[in-house]
Design a binder for this molecule. Structure first.
Ligand SMILES: Nc1nc2c(ncn2[C@@H]2O[C@H](COP(=O)(O)OP(=O)(O)OP(=O)(O)O)[C@@H](O)[C@H]2O)c(=O)[nH]1
Ligand SMILES: [Mg+2]
Length: 294
């Protein structure tokens, strides 16, 4: 994962011997170029290159290539540090802890819910999934398949029924059995589908989720940012899940998303199998992007 980011940054920043130095004026431009090529939006890349330049100035003029990598790493870290901290979803303060998932169709909601349910189960929790995507043919079948494979409960109604009523039933089911989590799947929505927006709002009102997560597909690059902004305005969410990072997605996208949306990333999807999910840790991510820097 993230090889493309490392390669791009490496090729732009290390086009000379490691012990040669960069002039300050050249530094910002090179960082900017490397980041923009790695799916970091221009405004964020500009901000990071500015911070890098300023830090370099304080360090006194010329810096080496390895110092440069460390500087960029620190600047990127400051982006993650500025985001509101994630709540610890693994030790919820309430039972059942209700998590609702949003996102456009095909982004990976249903798959992520199955992966997360399996992950929570492995950690000893009792989970029920609410099949609140009653809109798409096959959505309920997809969950029947996953939940029987993982061995967890699914609350479902017929296709076309009220998604909020399914969520309501799932929450009652979990409450009566003192279960730990309710994970609510929802229908994928095109950016401009008003009915689905109203439907999501209704589910939110009825289910009162403790946490709402937006699923964004890393393969779509910068479009993920505009999706994030649209969902923020229309429905609102508390955090992100970035899927498909195992593809040739450029990886720098996470930096833009955190910077622009000011929301933490909770999980990342790293494949199509049930185990391909990780809790997101910015330190792990930074160490991957900048493996040789302190
Ligand atoms: N490579 C890869 N594929 C993924 C990942 N997460 C999901 N997918 C695939 O993306 C496709 C769509 O996933 P779904 O979970 O059905 O997406 P959805 O958001 O529920 O879609 P709708 O129900 O249509 O709204 C499936 O083929 C998944 O296997 C991931 O992390 N990596
Ligand atoms: Mg789905």
């Amino acid at each position: 994962m993230f090889e493309a980011f490392r390669k791009r940054l490496g090729s732009v920043l290390s086009s000379r011997n490691a012990d040669e130095t960069f002039r300050k004026s050249e530094l910002g431009d090179r960082v900017l170029e490397a980041l923009v090529e790695s799916d970091v939006s221009v405004s964020v890349a500009e901000r990071i290159s500015e911070i890098t330049e300023k830090t370099a100035e304080k360090a006194g003029g010329k810096i080496t290539q390895s110092q440069m990598f460390s500087l960029v790493k620190r600047s990127v870290k400051s982006v993650f540090d500025a985001v509101e901290p994630a709540v610890d979803i693994m030790s919820p303060q309430k039972k059942p802890y209700i998590v609702m998932f949003l996102g456009v169709n095909g982004g990976g909601k249903t798959t992520t819910i199955a992966k997360l349910a399996a992950y929570l189960k492995r950690n000893g929790s009792r989970v029920v999934i609410s099949a609140s995507d009653t809109f798409r043919a096959g959505a309920i079948d997809q969950l029947i398949h996953w939940t029987s494979e993982i061995g967890i409960e699914l609350i479902k109604h017929d296709k076309g029924s009220d998604p909020s009523a399914v969520a309501f039933d799932a929450i009652n089911h979990a409450t009566a059995r003192k279960m730990d989590y309710v994970l609510i799947d929802t229908a994928g929505r095109m950016q401009n589908n008003k009915n689905l927006v109203e439907e999501m709002k209704k589910i939110k009102r009825v289910a009162k989720p403790d946490l709402t997560l937006l699923i964004l597909d890393a393969m779509i690059g910068q479009d993920a940012l505009s999706q994030g902004k649209t969902f923020m305005g229309d429905i609102g969410f508390d955090g992100l899940v970035i899927t498909k990072l195992d593809t040739d997605a450029k990886g720098g996208l996470l930096i833009s998303l955190c910077y622009e949306l000011k929301k933490p990333v909770y999980f990342i999807g790293t494949g199509q199998k049930v185990d391909d999910i990780m809790e997101f840790d910015s330190k792990w991510y930074l160490d991957r992007l900048f493996p040789e820097s302190s």
